[in-house]
Design a protein around this ligand. Structure first.
Ligand SMILES: Cc1cc2nc3c(=O)[nH]c(=O)nc-3n(C[C@H](O)[C@H](O)[C@H](O)COP(=O)(O)O)c2cc1C
Length: 310
């Protein structure tokens, strides 16, 4: 088996295949399916300070090659997570990354601080696609100054690495990547869902109770690959990129990696093929063997070297 390990922000991952936030629960839900220690990492469902019920149904809709969701970040809150869920994941031999969100800067910080002593959590992944109530509902990740302040504030107080998961629903993703780098983020996670909509032609009404929701799944793969490519083109290896969006098999995972992702996350595919992450780990190993590659890291951003610029 070739060496699939990769070290990012001081943490060694046994392989580059993680599962994405909100598509794998907290990991415990999948314990009956397979041995989670095979995964590079598990990113938890979003965790907030207080419990949240999420949005009313309908909050999921099928789309061509994907799905729309408007779950509304339902979760039991950080206290309950630490009391009831954390003890169940403590013994699992892989890394966990906590996906964190809040409606105010302070909330993000409090959730991170509450998790500081939880050894199994190796990093925080900030979901900045949340409305900032103090800023009149504007999303954290849609205002460069708000984003900068959030990251700086958290970085100044926490010990663990801070990854920022960017929204694709902004103008130029490179502007926001720059802000994250300048503010001291340890990694970029590209991308969250794209804003979309579905209308039921029988009732002639929007299908989701929130009217719009986040589009994910294979339909968004080319957009996610393009964004990973753009950010890697601009910033090279000055900050690790975690690629997410549309990954469902070895080919789609490798596209992200060759575009510049150091690790990848499998999201919506977990719903239609729960074993996809394991197949991708084996598929990457096979791809490396076929090319006599010893180190996985040689594949990261490789496609950039293959482009002849005139
Ligand atoms: C049902 C569902 C729930 C999600 N919940 C979260 C979440 O809590 N936090 C977050 O940052 N992203 C969340 N996401 C976004 C995914 O982690 C991922 O970024 C996105 O779905 C794109 O990847 P994919 O095409 O592989 O699904 C969710 C996605 C889905 C489909």
């Amino acid at each position: 088996m070739p060496d699939l390990s990769v070290e990012l922000f001081g943490v060694k991952f046994k392989n580059p295949v993680w599962v994405a936030s909100g598509t794998f629960g907290y990991g415990v839900e999948a314990l009956e399916l397979y041995d989670l220690s095979k995964l590079g990492a598990v990113v938890t469902k979003g965790i907030s300070l207080k419990p949240r019920q999420g949005n009313a149904p309908e909050r999921i809709a099928e789309t061509p090659c994907g799905m729309l969701n408007s779950i509304g970040l339902q979760n039991p809150g950080v206290e309950e997570f630490l009391k009831k869920i954390y003890p169940q994941i403590k013994e699992i031999d892989t890394h966990f990354i906590a996906n964190v969100f809040g409606e105010e800067e302070e909330e993000y910080l409090e959730v991170c601080l509450a998790l500081e002593d939880a050894e199994k959590i190796v990093a925080y992944e900030l979901n900045v696609s949340c409305p900032n109530v103090k800023k009149g509902g504007m999303l954290f990740g849609h205002d460069p100054e708000v984003l900068r302040r959030l990251i700086e504030r958290i970085k100044a107080r926490v010990k663990k690495p801070v990854l920022v998961k960017l929204s694709p629903n902004t103008g130029d993703i490179k502007t926001f990547a720059r802000v994250c780098i300048d503010a001291g983020a340890d990694g970029l996670v590209l991308i969250n869902t794209l804003l979309g909509m579905k209308i039921d032609i029988k009732s002639q009404r929007p299908e989701l109770s929130t009217l719009m929701g986040g589009l994910s799944g294979p339909a968004i793969l080319p957009i996610a690959v393009r964004m990973v490519w753009e950010v890697f083109s601009q910033f090279g290896s000055s900050i690790p990129i975690i690629g997410v969006g549309g990954i469902y098999d070895t080919d789609s995972a490798l596209q992200h990696i060759l575009a510049g992702a150091s690790c990848i996350q499998v999201g919506t595919a977990n719903f239609f093929d729960p074993y996809a992450p394991l197949k991708i780990i084996d598929g990457i190993a096979q791809y490396m063997e076929e090319r006599s590659l010893d180190a996985f890291t040689s594949l990261i951003g490789k496609a950039h070297q293959m482009v002849v610029r005139v």
